[in-house]
Design a protein around this ligand. Structure first.
Ligand SMILES: Cc1ncc(CO)c(N)n1
Length: 226
């Protein structure tokens, strides 16, 4: 019935190709690749990403609980663990470098963009069916994998202060997690109705827009207007 359709991921990427290009060429990412990103901008990003990763891990754990098979439970509970491990590694390297201890980190509120993204992921994870949860989570994997590889290929500056970040997301371990998330999302989507697949596309696009907003907001040092 639905086994001959284009894989969800191929269709989702095609629909959002311009959005990906807008992300890839954001000043935040081109400056990061060149090692020229201002420290206050990276610091804003890395603090917000610490907050993001904690809620992202919760959303992944909910995806694990909603998984339709045992492999999915393992896949997303491992991804939840990995998100926390990465968050702690960020603390050890960058937070130490910037002199931000755990208490100072906790005292910094989520920015509007970070709040929007985590609220979207958590609301989707709690309230939506497994296929839509997968679609909302997929850009978190996929966009970072693509941006990571692109920056790694263009990061030719010796002693880039952001090399640890580049190596995390441009590396093979992260790419394996990306490939796994794409495969599970495509397998699940193939068994769904057209209506559910369209709900998945909406969630995927929203998450990708929020990825753009997250980097853009860090570059602008976004704060609450009131
Ligand atoms: C905002 C954001 N999206 C995705 C990832 C990848 O885990 C991350 N670290 N931060």
């Amino acid at each position: 019935m639905s086994s001959n359709v284009t894989p969800f991921s191929a269709e989702a990427w095609r629909r959002n190709a311009d959005l990906y290009e807008a992300i890839r060429t954001l000043p935040f990412n081109t400056e990061l690749a060149a090692g020229a990103l201002r420290q206050d901008r990276f610091q804003h990003y890395i603090v917000q990403d610490g907050h993001y990763l904690a809620d992202y891990a919760r959303a992944l754990a909910i995806a694990a609980a909603k998984a339709d098979d045992a492999n999915g439970i393992i896949q997303f509970s491992k991804a939840a663990t990995e998100a926390i491990v990465v968050e702690r590694a960020l603390h050890e390297t960058y937070f130490a470098r910037f002199g931000i201890d755990r208490q100072a980190f906790e005292a910094i509120a989520l920015s509007p963009a970070c709040h929007h993204y985590t609220a979207f992921l958590l609301a989707t994870a709690y309230a939506q069916p497994y296929p839509v949860v997968l679609a909302a989570l997929l850009p978190c994997f996929w966009v970072y994998g693509e941006v990571g590889k692109d920056i790694l290929a263009n990061a030719t500056t010796p002693d880039n202060p952001y090399q640890a970040w580049i190596d995390t997301y441009g590396g093979e371990d992260f790419q394996a997690a990306v490939d796994g998330a794409i495969a599970t999302t495509d397998r699940v989507a193939a068994g769904e109705t057209l209506a559910t697949r369209e709900a998945m596309h909406l969630a995927f696009q929203r998450a990708m827009q929020l990825e753009w907003m997250f980097w853009d907001s860090a570059h602008r040092l976004e704060a609450w207007p009131v």
